[in-house]
Design a protein around this ligand. Sequence first.
Ligand code: BGC
Length: 476
Amino acid sequence: MADVPKDLLQEIKRLEELFTVDKAKLKAITKHFISELDKGLSVEGGSIPMNPTWCMAFPTGEEQGTFLALDMGGTNLRVCEIILTDQKSEFDIIQSKYRMPEELKTGESDELWEYIADCLQQFIESHHAGEKTANFHLGFTFSYPATQDFIDHGVLQRWTKGFDIDGVEGKNVVPMLEAAIAKRGVPIKLTALINDTTGTLIASAYTDTKMKIGCIFGTGCNAAYMENCGSIPKLAHMNLPPDTPMAINCEWGAFDNEHKVLPRTPYDIIIDKDSPRPGQQAFEKMIAGLYLGELLRLVLVDLHDNKEVHIFEGQNIDKLRKAYTLDSSFLSLIEEDPFENLSETADLFQNKLSIAPNKSELELIRRLAELIGTRAARLSACGVAAIAKKKDYKTCHVGADGSVFNKYPHFKQRGAVALREILDWPDKKNPKDEDPIEILAAEDGSGVGAALIAALTLKRVKEGNMAGIGHPENYK
Ligand code: BGC
């Protein structure tokens, strides 16, 4: 950055101070995180919901059967048919993806369920046309915070990831989906409503018994792990055997909604204020894919309008002024630009925003992308470290999925570095050695994981364990 003008260098320095989270801060965040995880399990509750999911066992690898999975993520809708074969930990899968129309995310509740049921119907018609099939057991991956009194039940606590559909929050979504399915006469029975993180945990444990935590770092972010029922005070009234496992969907995106430890910048505050649910998902809004591009955009607009440097001076930045116009893949491309003169970044700005940054501005953009991406990875590691410390996992595998984890450059490595700092691991003797806790690419949680949870649920109903089963007649 030798020839970057002084005032721009000063801005870069200011941004570095704003966005850098040092080791001491990571540790302080992790410490607070652990106490918030505990609070979420208590009777009084806290910001982090810590939702019991009624998924009450890890798979053995011997699960069998044919299942449907419906994955309602933030971006796509996916329907899968999964055959868990008689070969240990093996499965076959057929799947169809449907685009989740943008309008649906802020539209009417009925339209959402009708659209989803249409996709299910289309799937069955194209793969089982003319067949007389028995009812399919469906695992519905509904990746939003939901209170589950039963596994076939889920009251939406609040929409996240930019969704804002009236008439669903505070209601059980299962009958809404069931009614739309029944209207079409499609032979499907809902067996389990699951979160993508729980699915990720279970799918990953199916092929790797060292897996103890499932995470999503994608449009949203969250984790699930297995707790003992005896350590969940808010379930004490159910008198479940204390050593029985219960998967907890943490919903850690809500960590620090009271703004006690996270180093929020003025840009984080704007993201929150302008979101459909201000005050919610404080942690998620600093690290999830939905927000990374928006952070970059807000900083750039601020540097154009308000700061002495006036970047992109004299240029029309109308396109850049449009909220959420940049997604996290835009940041990825900036970080991946292999050229010394950042010519790919220049092309990106020209093509997407009709802006021609000068050389110094390109340097600033690149540094800013690094800062935003690094902060996201480092803060994410605090959540993983908090669960590991809470559960006293000295070594384990963590299964992670989602666009940020899979596609964002350096995310994995930056997360691993942060985990090492938080947990004070000694330096590796050999660079090839595994870290005590490794965050690895997960198996398909929302597909295979949903099928496995449906299978595990059917199995325990057969064995007479009816804990958390709402409608036993659906499990025949
Ligand atoms: C949702 C979680 C989900 C995560 C990742 C968050 O916004 O609240 O339920 O697991 O996104 O998809």
